[in-house]
Write a protein that binds this ligand. Sequence first.
Ligand code: ATP
Ligand code: MG
Length: 445
Amino acid sequence: MRVSRYFMPVLKENPAEAQIVSHRYMLRAGMIKQQAAGIYSWLPLGLRVLNRIQQIVNEEQERAGHIPLLMPTLQPADLWRESGRYDDYGQEMLRIKDRQDREMLYGPTNEEMITDIFRAHVNSYKDLPLTLYHIQWKFRDEMRPRFGVMRGREFLMKDGYNFDVDKPAALHAYNRHMVSYLRTYERMGLTAIPMRADSGPIGGEDTHEFLVLAATGESEVFFDSAVTELRLGTREVDYDNREEVAAVCKEFTTLYARTDETHDPALFDAIPEDRRKVARGIEVGQIFYFGTKYSEAMGATVVTADGSKVPVEMGSHGIGVSRLLGAIIEASHDDKGIIWPEGVTPFPVGIVNLKQGDAAADAACEGLYKALAAKGLEALYDDREERAGAKFATMDLIGLPWRITVGPRGLANGVVELTSRRTGVSEELTPEAAVTRIAEIYAGV
Ligand code: ATP
Ligand code: MG
């Protein structure tokens, strides 16, 4: 993409309404535009990151054997009357009437609808296990929408639902989700710690929230600092192997890590003092096992191997897709702007032409742009007639992890400059070597 042809309305001034750094940088980098309280348009740069995050979520869900579908945003109220949640949900639910005076709602979550799909089509244990998920817009009329996409009213969520014949199978699904989520967040460059939590209106017995540590987080969290060292890394996990998956979960949930809702001071005090941490965190996901809460209320049953009819065992599992942009920026920025991890960056690399109009510099930039494209890497090429300082400031603000700087002086020696946004370290290389280096960096992403 050439900056001269792109739509990236960068702001020079700090917007007054933004209280936290992620909101400020998303507005300044021209990623989002507020349309009403807690409701945003996703401008091209923001959409690219949102799409990258969705892609990672999809890949990791499918790797775990979970199946994508797509349910609508609008739902009939009657489904929610069956589960009893229509009245319970309160003012957070946006209620709508259509022209026939039928009661509808903009879905805040989809337990009822997925249970309705299940009961219409599945009735035998032979069709289980089954996990269906979608990535769809949700609406919750939050009392205090704030912090940009972190607490929106309309927001994008991945929500998945498992259906299993018995409790051990459902707990395996729970564990499978935990492992797939750990991998998902790591690919986004995040450390998201699973913490024992409270189930709230979804209901149920077992639940963990995934929290990214950040001073601006809305949750108070208590943990053993050793938990922040744990990494899944590139190890292969066989998602069908119950023991193996359970062992990974055990590894990640044995050290103390809880939100304030489930905090136990006695257990916390047993941690060696230098590892006892109280901090703030951003909730980027939550998994629930709730058994037969919805299947009993809505008559979703399966016939088991011995011929008996039982309500299907369920759980639900959510990732805050749009909130993740904010969380990633909170965790990865400096005073010049965003620092995108390679996994989610809107463009893998930026090209800055120091002297637009100089024949050699223009030709070298075009050459780099095409050579990167040939390797499947779409660079953002700043080809505007602008001061070098302004081009650097824009690149730093929008946070591409790598920048190639091209100018007549370097070219006279046959080199361009490759700079890491994270470390600020630059090195001079030939244009060919720079392309090879970038391709190597992204080969493993
Ligand atoms: P919170 O406690 O932050 O209000 P929640 O526990 O009500 O969230 P869940 O029902 O667990 O939310 O939804 C799954 C995920 O969706 C959350 O972990 C969070 O990342 C995201 N999410 C929830 N509410 C919002 C919101 N208003 N704006 C953006 N993302 C949200
Ligand atoms: Mg939650």
